[in-house]
Write a protein that binds this ligand. Structure first.
Ligand code: FMN
Length: 644
């Protein structure tokens, strides 16, 4: 192992030439598992794979190899993307293309491996093949990169995810890793690195889209005796998992991005800010940092460059608002995690009053690639104002879900129709929610908008950090807005009045719209209508006067839902009807006496004893007692419960 380390440092990391000798390349090819002599079995090992049972799959693979005395290797890799395929298993036989199999739970391992090793492929679980190096093709088996899920993506930031062992620094180096960092600290000035990133046009991927190079220059040009680089890996939006996937699947590239960014701003201290709960990602990151330290990539006078760097991880239990940069700084300083008025911006006065750059995980993942390939290469992807790619966590009611990456400028429709393969059978499309809890809803007429900071902004939509929730007609928009508002009300730190009171009042009004009033005749319709009218004014005040992005963007779900689904709000207010039959307060249940067999199942399960009757005779529901929970509807085997 020591020999390998010395080889990688001397022949690869410290090589002054861009082209390595054929002997070195050959060794790197081996490390990349490109031409294995023995079969290699790659098993996905991210959180979504573990949830789907990949740990048991791995144990079964290990037992199989042992029992059959096979000289094959098993490698844990990160997440390849499609969550529906987990646990995903890839098998490479020497000289042949790689074969991918989906949903390989433990019991499927033995028949699968028996089949592959005896040239009898089980087509049922087959996802496809890959290979470009002149390996033997598997006849009749489709290529993975032609599958619509992958064909419409441009996997650059996620390029390594699912391809290599995230715990192997050797393989990362063999894939070109850490060379850009070493080159930067040995041959470039701080300003030159900032210039390259500025020229590339890279913009912050957390949503704001601020120019990264410019931000770095602000910090670099602020006179100070210390500077900090913080990687914001907080990611506590409901439904967000892009950062976690990256941390689990390619921690070394993130570390390299952090190291280059730290150098660019003249900082010798980098902090990764994580939330508690992402234990798997944390372990991977800790392990990767320890390995990088062993290779001398951090510490004092790194490779005689005169540059010193230390990277630490801070795991915080903090709330959603602690992801906001000034609240994050307060948290790191041991204060309450509440935002502060800006300016001063962190680049002028951040952690402990020193210039601080805070960047998102995805932003930093782009940095080594730009340094390796040049800013012009980066600008060949995406649009004029939004170069590069964007990573999204696709969830909800699409046929496919998972972590995807598309070129900027791609239409929203491409992600919905091609990558996610449309809406699940039997349901209709309703909306896309882009950008997490305080993101906007996008209805059908806007699906052809391009993913581009300016295009989305002109249409009143925020890019967000990467949430892409697909919503179908089974969802009540009013109830969904209420759900997000409840989340934001709970997460509001309470420091500023517009956000604290505004989120509370908005939630109250939304609840009045979906709640059944005690007396429907007592003028409550007018009250509900006035309430919703008030919501628009409250939203404007919150947007204009809240202290931080949480309060400023909290009205987005409501405003965009009202704009696109006004008829649903009106139905709730005036007709007291929820077309998706989700709002409990507006549902009424009755028994179809022709179908009811008097089996008693509904009465037994009703949580408020609102169902009465005599056994084997039709039952009835007391409307005044019914709370609209729908348990009777779900439990009835005879379709005898009518819902209106
Ligand atoms: C309520 C709130 C939560 C936020 N949470 C995150 C987060 O989890 N991760 C993140 O990178 N940025 C988050 N941000 C944005 C950060 O304040 C900051 O702008 C970002 O880390 C800058 O990175 P970038 O320039 O690379 O986009 C949040 C902002 C707000 C208002």
């Amino acid at each position: 192992m020591e020999d390998l380390k010395t080889f990688l440092i001397e022949k690869v990391l410290l090589s002054e030439s861009d082209t390595l000798s054929p002997a070195t390349e050959k060794k790197l090819q081996q490390l990349r598992q490109e031409k294995p002599d023995n079969p290699v079995i790659f098993v996905s090992s991210g959180t979504s794979s573990i949830i789907s049972g990949s740990e048991k799959t791995c144990s079964s693979v290990e037992s199989y190899l042992k029992e059959n005395n096979l000289s094959a290797r098993m490698i844990h890799v990160g997440c390849t993307g499609p969550a529906n395929f987990e646990p995903l298993v890839c098998i490479q036989l020497p000289g042949k293309n790689k074969l991918y199999f989906r949903n390989i739970t433990e019991e499927k391992v033995e028949p699968l491996l028996n089949g592959v090793f005896h040239n009898d492929i089980n087509e049922e679980d087959l996802a496809g093949q890959t290979g470009t190096l002149g390996f033997e093709l598997w006849p009749g088996i489709p290529f993975m990169d032609e599958h619509p899920f992958f064909a419409n993506q441009k996997r650059v930031v996620l390029g390594n995810c699912g391809c290599y062992d995230p715990e192997s620094i050797e393989e990362y180096i063999a894939r070109g890793g850490y060379r850009a960092y070493i080159k930067a600290i040995r041959h470039y000035t701080f300003e030159e690195v900032c210039d390259i990133i500025e020229k590339s046009g890279l913009r912050g991927r957390s949503g704001g889209g601020y120019l990264t190079g410019l931000k770095w220059k602000h910090a670099l040009n602020t006179a100070s005796n210390a500077r900090y680089l913080i990687c914001n890996a907080k990611e506590s939006d409901p439904g967000a998992f892009t950062d976690r996937t990256i941390l689990e699947s390619d921690p070394h590239r993130l570390i390299e991005g952090i190291a280059i960014a730290s150098y660019a701003i003249g900082s010798s201290n980098a902090i990764i800010f994580m939330r508690s709960g992402s234990e798997h990602a944390l372990n991977r990151l800790q392990q990767a940092i320890a390995r990088a330290r062993e290779y001398g990539l951090f510490g004092h006078n790194i490779f005689s460059s005169g540059y010193n760097l230390d990277i630490t991880i801070r795991k915080e239990p903090g709330a959603f608002v602690c992801g906001e940069e000034t609240a994050l700084i307060n948290t790191l300083e041991g204060k309450r995690g509440m935002p502060q008025l800006k300016p001063p911006y962190p680049t002028t006065s951040g952690l402990f009053g020193k210039p601080t750059v805070i960047n998102n995980v995805e932003t930093l993942m782009n940095v080594p690639l730009i340094m390796q390939n040049g800013p012009e290469w980066f600008r060949t992807m995406g649009t004029e104002n939004s170069p590069g790619t964007k990573v999204f966590a696709v969830t909800g009611k699409g046929r496919m879900s998972g972590v995807v990456e598309v070129e900027m400028g791609t239409k929203i429709r491409t992600i919905l129709d091609d990558i996610a393969d449309g809406i699940k059978e039997g349901r209709e499309f309703k909306a896309i929610q882009l950008g997490g809890a305080s993101g906007s809803f996008i209805a059908g007429e806007n699906l052809d908008l391009a993913i581009d900071y300016e295009v989305l902004k002109e249409n009143g939509i925020g890019m967000g950090a990467g949430g892409f929730v697909i919503i179908d007609d089974n969802t009540c928009m009013v109830d969904l807005v209420r759900y997000y508002m409840e989340f934001l009300r709970n997460e509001s730190c309470g420091k500023c009045i517009p956000c604290r009171e505004g989120t509370g009042r908005m939630l109250e009004i939304l609840e009045s719209v979906i709640r059944k009033p005690l007396d429907e005749e007592s003028g409550t319709t007018l009250e509900r209508f006035k309430g919703v009218m008030q919501l628009e004014t409250i939203a404007k005040v919150m947007k204009d006067t809240s202290l931080c992005g949480l309060g400023q963007t909290a009205p987005n779900p409501f405003m965009s839902a009202l704009q696109n689904f006004r008829d649903e709000f009106e139905e709730h207010i005036f007709d007291r009807k929820c077309r998706a039959n989700i709002c409990r307060g507006l549902r009424s249940f009755s028994v179809d006496i022709d179908k009811c067999t008097g089996c008693t199942a509904c009465a037994a399960k009703c949580p408020v004893n609102a169902i009465y009757g005599t056994r084997l005779q039709p039952y009835f529901i007391v409307a005044d007692k019914c709370i609209g929970c729908g348990i009777c509807f779900d439990i009835c085997k005879f379709s005898a419960i009518i819902v209106k």
